[in-house]
Design a protein around this ligand. Structure first.
Ligand SMILES: Nc1nc2c(ncn2[C@@H]2O[C@H](COP(=O)(O)OP(=O)(O)O)[C@@H](O)[C@H]2O)c(=O)[nH]1
Ligand SMILES: [Mg+2]
Length: 243
């Protein structure tokens, strides 16, 4: 199976080279795509060097409006254009341990989407402090309630998708510009009828670099959830009327 591991980066100069090394150590058969948003710390230049050194590394330099969601959409589009049969999304900061890659990719023989989950038996959310941990726990409860879905870790950005899922969703129609893309992609997969399996991961806080998370991102994510539900309900009504 042709697998592309997509890593959005913003100021990950201290992580990206070691991450590439670890990704290929645990999953030598994959290709890796770095989607950099013109990071001021020179992540993009390091990515260019990695591309020159290793034909399995690809880089996408985004220059215009930055955002985790916009970068994700561009990366997914690139991966599909390249011919990926499966795409894995992961963060660059080692919160997502590359050692879980074989489980995520292997799980695609049993489900259309395999989600690295902190909240199933064997999973954990380590070292982030009570505030960030509580935000994640509450966000998950809120998302489950508003979207009416039974997923334990709706905000985990470490997951694998079969190509068919991304084609059916049509990544160009996704509306999140920021990290809410994580919930949107998950919800769209479920609405399109694809199966989602959660496998345990141990999430650890980043050791190097700084998080992009802030109040604005949190509020945007909060507001995006009812908007996604509303759009889905409107679509359902439209189909009922037409059907
Ligand atoms: N391309 C791109 N990547 C981003 C952006 N914001 C965050 N990221 C990446 O998304 C991943 C998760 O971001 P992070 O700052 O660790 O957020 P946190 O894990 O929620 O604290 C990391 O790989 C970041 O480098 C962005 O605006 N553009
Ligand atoms: Mg992080």
């Amino acid at each position: 199976m042709k697998v592309m591991v997509m890593v959005p980066t913003y100021n990950e100069a201290e992580n990206i080279e070691r991450l590439a090394h670890e990704v290929f150590r645990h999953a030598p058969e994959v290709e890796m795509l770095i989607v950099d948003d013109n990071s001021p710390d020179g992540t993009g230049r390091i990515a260019d060097r990695l591309v020159a050194e290793n034909p399995r590394v690809h880089v996408l330099h985004r220059k215009k409006m930055r955002g985790r969601g916009l970068a994700g959409i561009a990366g997914l589009r690139y991966a599909l254009g390249w011919g990926a049969e499966a795409v894995v999304e992961m963060d660059a900061d080692f919160s997502h341990d590359p050692k879980h890659l074989p489980q995520l990719i292997g799980g695609l023989s049993r489900a259309d989407v395999v989600l690295g989950s902190r909240f199933v038996p064997g999973g954990a959310d380590m070292g982030r402090g009570w505030l960030r941990h509580s935000i994640t726990v509450l966000a998950n409860r809120y998302i489950r309630l508003v979207l009416g879905i039974g997923i334990q870790d709706c905000t985990s950005g470490y997951r694998a998708f079969r190509r068919e899922v991304l084609e059916a969703i049509d990544v160009d129609t996704l509306i999140s510009r920021g990290p809410a893309i994580v919930q949107e992609l998950l919800y769209s997969s479920l609405l399109s009828g694809f199966s989602v399996m959660e496998v345990p991961i141990v999430f650890v806080d980043r050791q190097r670099g700084v998080s992009s998370f802030n109040l604005r991102i949190m509020l945007e994510g909060f507001l995006m959830v009812p908007r996604l539900r509303w759009l889905a309900e409107a679509e359902r009504w439209r189909e009922l009327r037409i059907g």
